[in-house]
Design a protein around this ligand. Structure first.
Ligand SMILES: [Zn+2]
Length: 232
């Protein structure tokens, strides 16, 4: 009897997980999961959810990540750790400086259209090498590195008019700008936001404290879809 109960609990447990990894979760619940995971990470109290053989098997049938995260390639920004997330949870798009280009936009569009994800986070981080390179703007860089630098330029120009820490302002501007560019550059993403189906949130990760600050007042949702929204 005890054996049967254990087997039953295991089966139900797997089914519960299966439900969790195919959530089509709304943006509020997805944001809450990220915040709770980050809290656990800061306290080093990991749950390491969704990491077992059954989940591997389940994910062989498909994926429904609950959040898309665009972040820097920096080795100090490991997303599954930072959000204490597991297999199939996060759709990750990484490049130096968490910049927005056609490949990034196309990847986000894919996640929203085909995987049903409702939350997109564009996350910069402190001490970003791409940002400091763009500030120093050294000559004799390759064309490819110059293209990274050029993408950060508008955020630098804006920071020149802002009070506070220059580097931090650029990093924040870059994340906010990235969130806006997604809707500006892609009609499908724009429509998802306009129809209240998707929310885009800029964020900043502090590599020393481990804390992720979500700029929810800069949240890109249907109510911010005005002309001023694209001002930066
Ligand atoms: Zn970086």
């Amino acid at each position: 009897m005890k054996k049967i109960l254990i087997i039953l609990v295991l089966i139900l447990g797997v089914q519960a997980f299966a439900g969790e990894i195919h959530p089509c979760m709304n943006s509020n619940d997805a944001l809450k999961l990220l915040q709770e995971g980050n809290e656990r990470y800061m306290n080093m109290q990991f749950q390491r959810p969704h990491i077992n053989k059954e989940i591997l098997d389940e994910l062989g049938k498909g994926q429904h990540p609950f959040a898309v995260i665009i972040s820097c390639s920096d080795s100090r920004v490991p997303l599954e750790h930072i959000f204490d997330a597991g297999l199939g949870d996060l759709f990750e798009i990484k490049n130096a400086g968490n910049l927005i280009d056609d490949h990034v936009v196309g990847s986000v569009e894919y996640a929203l259209s085909h995987l049903g994800t409702k939350l997109v986070v564009v996350m910069g981080h402190t001490s970003c090498g791409c940002i400091s390179t763009a500030i120093e703007h050294p000559k004799h860089q390759t064309k490819q590195v110059h293209s990274l630098i050029d993408s950060v330029k508008p955020s630098i120009e804006l920071a020149k008019k802002q009070k506070g820490d220059f580097n931090m302002n650029i990093t924040r501007n870059n994340a906010v700008r990235g969130a806006r560019l997604l809707a500006k550059q892609d009609k499908i993403i724009y429509e998802y936001i306009k129809n209240h189906e998707v929310v885009v949130i800029p964020a900043l990760y502090d590599i020393k404290t481990g804390k992720v600050e979500f700029y929810t007042k800069d949240k890109i949702n249907s109510s911010t879809m005005s002309q001023t929204y694209f001002a930066q």
